[in-house]
Write a protein that binds this ligand. Structure first.
Ligand code: OSB
Ligand code: MG
Length: 386
């Protein structure tokens, strides 16, 4: 596979419903679509799904744009690789910046699968033809607002719901949802908002009898010792998200007993190549895994669905239908029926980019390679805080 051109498209989409986590609230998202072209004119798409602000990870839209334009595209454009799992080696010296790397790596996988004429899911080693999807619901103003949101998604067919929690928004909303929906598969995600202090630990322990599938990322990413101490006191599994950026992180977490379930995000791991390796490592260690999301547009969502078809993804994934997030997506919408998403059997990524709509929602572009004039990356100042 010889990559001859790389393009970036910065795209803004409004969210159907504002989303609040323990760290921020969002009404629209700016993601960067990566378009790679090979010497046969075939195209592969990937998505850099970084939040605008460095509150989930260190990455932002601005830093991702900088790294992609100055390091990643220059490393892959002109390269001839045997298979997409060699692509991360092309920029192997770049530390961190996994969201940007993930978009480029995923575009290379989509391009490769298109060239081979196989669906992306099979190319990655997927074995399922459907994926059980869950929804991730943000912090709401009131418990009644939250119950209405949960009800809406249960009515839409979802059987698994994840609630964002934070100190002060935990026991009450979780108990209310549990008593209204006794049978629902329920889990919570704190995005690292709790600390090693008696009140915080007591609030988390009070969730242990609410029948949760897991408590995701209670503590700061590097605070594996507190996570291990909590796990030792709970029967509910602790799930790690932000704590695991590499397979080495997972091995350390396992050795410490810091958790028992792994959220694998393509973005956080740095691509599909890395996500498949994390999946393999989790399986070996006996950690059930599921695929987390970053509110991806259709391009990144299709890759998440393909990844979720691997056999180690035994828990429901955050791969809800496009309609949960966007009124109109950059691809045909991904749909769910009864909370289940079908894995595409079409060659390549499985969705097509809507170029007409892309032209309407695109804020900025960059191109490198085959008969393009390199465009300046531009100043980054106007990318943040939007
Ligand atoms: O921690 O899983 C998270 C969204 C933004 C930042 C962090 C997280 C999330 C989600 C969204 O939970 C999951 C989805 O894409 O539906
Ligand atoms: Mg999370």
């Amino acid at each position: 596979m010889k990559i001859v051109q790389g393009r970036l498209h910065l795209v803004r989409l409004p969210l159907v419903h504002s989303f609040e986590t323990s760290s921020h609230r969002k009404a629209h998202l700016d993601h960067i679509l990566v378009e790679l072209t090979d010497d046969r004119g075939r195209v592969g798409w990937g998505e850099i799904a970084s939040p605008s602000d460095p509150y989930y990870a260190a990455d932002t839209v601005g830093t991702s744009w900088l790294i992609a334009t100055e390091y990643l595209l220059p490393a892959v454009v002109g390269a001839d690789v045997e298979s997409p799992d060699r692509v991360p080696d092309l920029f192997g010296k770049v530390r961190g910046n996994r969201f940007a790397a993930a978009g480029v790596d995923a575009a290379a996988w989509a391009l490769w699968a298109t060239g081979q004429g196989v669906p992306l899911g099979s190319a990655l080693g997927g074995t399922r033809d459907t994926v059980v999807a869950g929804v991730s619901l943000g912090i709401e103003r009131t418990v009644d607002d939250l119950l209405a949101q949960v009800g809406r998604h249960v009515d839409a067919g979802y059987g698994r719901v994840k609630l964002k929690i934070a100190p002060g928004w935990d026991t009450e909303p979780v108990r209310a949802v549990r008593s209204t929906f006794p049978e629902l598969m329920l889990q919570v995600d704190a995005n690292g908002a709790y600390r090693d202090d008696p009140e915080h630990l007591a609030a988390l322990e009070a969730l242990d009898d609410t029948g949760l599938l897991m408590i995701e990322q209670p503590f700061a990413p590097r605070d594996l010792l507190t996570s291990a101490a909590l796990q030792a006191r709970l029967t509910t599994p602790v799930c790690l998200d932000e704590s695991v950026e590499t397979v080495d992180d997972l091995r350390v977490a396992d050795a410490l007993g810091a958790g028992r379930v792994l959220n694998i995000k393509v973005s956080r791991m740095g691509g599909l190549t890395a996500a498949v390796r994390a999946h393999d490592a989790a399986r070996e260690l006996g950690w059930p895994a599921w695929c987390g999301g970053m509110h991806e547009f259709g391009v990144g969502r299709a890759a998440n669905v393909a990844l979720s078809s691997l056999p180690g993804f035994t828990l429901p994934s955050d791969v809800s239908a496009s309609a949960k997030y966007y009124a109109r997506d950059v691809t045909e919408p991904i749909t769910a029926e009864g909370g289940v998403v079908r894995v595409s059997t079409r060659p390549g990524l499985g969705v097509t980019v809507d170029h007409e709509f892309l032209a309407q929602v695109r804020q900025r572009t960059f191109a490198l390679g085959a008969d393009t004039e390199p465009e300046p990356a531009g100043l980054l100042t106007n990318l943040s805080h939007r």
